[in-house]
Design a binder for this molecule. Structure first.
Ligand code: PLP
Length: 393
């Protein structure tokens, strides 16, 4: 046998393990100091009561012969697909239930979607960005080019008509930069995709952090996007499902290549290689879309949004350049004093006892930048900002 040698081309990621090790070493050397982590890339608030109740009821159903469920539909139960459909309708997007696929989260779908595309496609990935897009393509040996993000474009790269790509990844609100595309900017990408016969893989994992009326929650709010985009979303950040696992992917019927609807390929892929999300979890996810559920998950998102605002106010006070923090749980700040990302990491840990994530871990354009997250405790977030202001003002 031979292994897939493309795996050997992957760069080892030491980002989060190094962050954890440095924090541990500092804490051991200074046991009296309270370290505050603004590096948490995971939700910390528990599941909403309606979600717990729905899952408890579903567990009981599984314990009775009359209501027990075995294999479900691979693409998800209709009760959940219809709830997702109604949620999109709330943003003015009409979808057919068959265009919605329930998944065990965005990460697996983002990687698995690549099954339905030819290996000779060129892939365009923003830099910096969530590392999954790049690594899943390297594993398959696909050629990757970058959409360069930086201070000059507010970390929101726009299409370059001279550069040709077949598959384009977009993530908005973005991880790690917190930057969010406007309607006009998304329209420019849709226009590019249609002109180049490309597909946009749109990661909307943080859409629920958007609270103004102008910013689109979905790429399908842009005219023509159904002919050129697939959207991947998740209950992870919107409803605290990071450990519970549920998401959804929308593949519109209007997205067609050489007469073949991509929806049919994805359905075939999923029914062959995936056996659905647990009934119990899907019941919990459906509860998120009830009126009560929406109120309860909104409360958790509001808490994180308030943390983000505390950090935004701190950045403004210190006069530090940053993106994000408004419709997003991430703050992406420029490292003061011209430091590299890791130099600033060490400086902040040693002098303020605050841990963040070095931007260089998200791509070469992240060098010199630093990510703070809003998923921590509110009193701690406040204290961390006070310490940073004292150190950096
Ligand atoms: C957290 C996150 C996701 C969600 O992944 P799940 O597998 O659904 O937990 C997707 N995309 C980005 C950019 C993320 O940061």
């Amino acid at each position: 046998m031979k292994i897939n040698e493309h795996y050997l081309e992957l760069e080892d990621s030491y980002l989060f393990s190094t962050v954890a090790r440095k924090q541990r070493e500092y804490q051991q050397a200074h046991p009296e100091k309270k370290v505050i982590r603004l590096s948490i890339g995971d939700v910390t608030l528990p599941l909403a009561p309606v979600v717990i109740k729905a899952m408890e009821d579903a567990v009981k159903e599984m314990g009775s012969k009359a209501t027990f469920r075995g294999y479900g539909p691979e693409q998800g139960y209709d009760f959940l697909r219809e709830a997702v459909q109604a949620y999109y309708q709330g943003h003015g997007v009409s979808l057919d239930v068959d265009e919605i696929f329930i998944s065990d989260g965005a990460k697996s779908d983002l990687g698995n979607l690549l099954d339905i595309f030819s290996l000779d496609n060129t892939v365009m990935i923003p830099n910096p960005v969530y590392p999954v897009y790049q690594d899943t393509n390297i594993m398959l040996g696909r050629q990757v080019i970058y959409a360069e993000a930086g201070e000059e474009n507010g970390f929101l790269p726009l299409p370059d008509p001279a550069v040709k790509a077949d598959i384009v990844y977009l993530c908005s609100p973005n991880n790690p930069t917190g930057a969010v595309y406007s309607r006009e900017q998304l329209a420019a990408w849709v226009d590019y995709a249609k002109k180049n016969d490309a597909v946009i893989l749109y990661d909307a994992a943080y859409e629920c952090f958007i609270r103004d009326d102008e910013t689109p929650h979905s790429i399908f709010e842009i005219e023509g996007a159904k002919e050129c985009a697939i959207e991947v979303c998740s209950f992870s950040k919107t409803a605290g499902f990071t450990g519970t696992r549920c998401g959804y992917t929308v593949v519109p019927m209007a997205l067609v290549s050489g007469g073949t609807p991509l929806n049919h390929l994805w359905l075939r892929r999923q029914t062959t290689k995936f056996n659905g999300v647990p009934y119990i979890v899907q019941r919990g996810a459906a509860a998120v879309f009830t009126e009560e559920g929406q109120m309860q998950v909104r409360e958790a998102v509001d808490y994180y949004r308030e943390n983000a605002k505390i950090m935004v106010d701190g950045m403004k006070k210190m006069g530090i350049w940053f993106t994000g923090g408004v419709n997003s749980p991430y703050i992406w700040m420029k490292c003061p004093g011209g430091r590299t990302s890791w130099e600033f990491f060490d400086y902040l840990l040693e002098n303020a006892g605050v841990v963040g994530t070095p931007g260089s871990g998200f791509g070469r354009n992240g060098e010199g930048y630093f990510r703070l997250t809003a998923f921590g405790d509110q009193a701690e977030t406040r204290e961390a900002m006070e310490r940073m202001i004292a150190l950096l003002s």
